[in-house]
Write a protein that binds this ligand. Structure first.
Ligand code: SAM
Length: 207
């Protein structure tokens, strides 16, 4: 997976490659899907949700440029795989999932793998996590109609936000870097096209 899907497509961050080589991705999918866990596509995790394609996880993670000292917010815990990758690369991970059963399964798995720096909370992640802000990095793993204001407000100056934005079928992966105290003073970069399940919530899509 690492050489044929990630390195071959230009993922260069050694820390990201090592983390994804180390984490047992097959544990994050149902038993009947285990032989496809390392394949080059997203897979269902129940409740009409998915674990993202390995390349997309790597691309988004690399774009956060984590060094190890950061506090990261993830929106959309899903299987917990992305949270495990972040737990390897940052100091603390705060992850929000709107579906309680999915969050509970991810929490059990993450704990069983001895990641003690991950906090999983059930709720509408379109508000961010005000009590834990500011964040050095924010990663949104569901497609949004636009960028919820809370993410800009809760991003530290110098921090990076990676988010898919578009319609309900296709999105563009955007990276924002906050340049100053002014929440509109953001550098925006286009990382390419992608396709995610909906970010559902008060500042996302309606169910
Ligand atoms: N990061 C996940 C992983 O590693 O498996 C994949 C996430 S999956 C593509 C998107 C997830 O976002 C789903 O589990 C969905 O329930 C969740 N989601 C959608 N809207 C949300 C919201 N407003 N707040 C929190 N989670 C949300």
């Amino acid at each position: 997976m690492v050489s044929s899907q990630l390195e071959s497509r230009g993922i260069r961050d050694e820390r990201v490659l090592n983390a994804m080589a180390k984490i047992p991705r097959h544990l994050f999918v149902d038993e009947w899907l285990r032989d496809r866990a390392y394949s080059d596509n997203p897979l269902p995790i129940g409740e009409r949700q998915t674990i993202s394609q390995p390349y997309i996880v790597a691309l988004m993670t690399e774009a956060l440029e984590l060094q190890g000292h950061e506090k990261v917010l993830e929106i959309g815990t899903g299987s917990g795989y992305q949270a495990a990758v972040l737990a390897e690369l940052a100091d603390r991970v705060c992850s929000i999932e709107r579906i309680a059963s999915i969050a509970s399964r991810a929490r059990t798995l993450i704990e069983s793998l001895d990641y003690f720096n991950v906090l999983i909370w059930v709720g509408d992640g379109t508000y961010g996590w005000r009590e834990e802000a500011p964040f050095d990095a924010i990663i949104v793993t569901a497609g949004a109609p636009d960028v919820p204001k809370a993410y800009k407000e809760q991003l530290a100056v110098g921090g990076r936000l990676v988010i898919p934005v578009g319609d309900r079928h296709t999105q563009v992966l955007l990276r924002y870097t906050r340049l100053s105290e002014d929440i509109d003073d953001m550098k925006e970069e286009d990382l390419g096209g992608c396709r995610f399940v909906d970010l559902i919530g008060n500042h996302g899509w309606k169910q």
